[in-house]
Design a protein around this ligand. Structure first.
Ligand SMILES: Cc1cc2nc3c(=O)[nH]c(=O)nc-3n(C[C@H](O)[C@H](O)[C@H](O)COP(=O)(O)O)c2cc1C
Length: 132
């Protein structure tokens, strides 16, 4: 199985609506393709891990890269994995005003089975938003 982690910047005038649409398509397609992962968004940026059969992950990532709702896509990690590190598809999204500390704890829980590097990536990203 393949696991990909990337970061990108959101583009568009209504990030909340974009996120809802992205989630709907992702849940539908990922269930079909055996893909799981975690999508974190703070409205400005996306940090996503996708994992599953290599050809399906590559195909999903080709669609994702071509998506005009984000840009500046940078792959942070690409690795072969023996077993899934993220459970079912989850979407961690912190809306404005939501409690930062409980959000940090939630992301820690969601990434608890991820490899130390991937977990550290998510935690630093979320921590960055907490202090920013
Ligand atoms: C940040 C971001 C994450 C996305 N994640 C996924 C995903 O995990 N799976 C997926 O199928 N599409 C994802 N999409 C949407 C795809 O870019 C594309 O719109 C979608 O796969 C097209 O699906 P459809 O052909 O069923 O309409 C994502 C888009 C963005 C901007």
């Amino acid at each position: 199985m393949l696991q990909l982690v990337y970061i990108s910047s959101a583009r568009g005038t209504d990030p909340a609506a974009a996120l809802r649409d992205i989630l709907l398509a992702s849940q539908r397609n990922n269930a079909r393709d055996g893909i799981t992962g975690l999508l974190y968004s703070d409205g400005l940026r996306f940090l996503q891990a996708i994992e599953g059969p290599a050809d399906c992950v590559e195909a999903a990532f080709e669609r994702i890269k071509a998506d005009p709702r984000h840009w500046a896509i940078v792959v942070l990690s690409r690795r072969e994995i023996e077993a899934r590190e993220f459970g079912d598809w989850e979407m961690a999204h912190r809306s404005t005003g939501a409690d930062a500390n409980s959000f940090v704890r939630r992301v820690q829980l969601l990434t608890q089975h991820a490899s130390p590097n991937v977990r550290a990536t998510f935690e630093s990203f979320v921590e960055l938003r907490r202090v920013a």
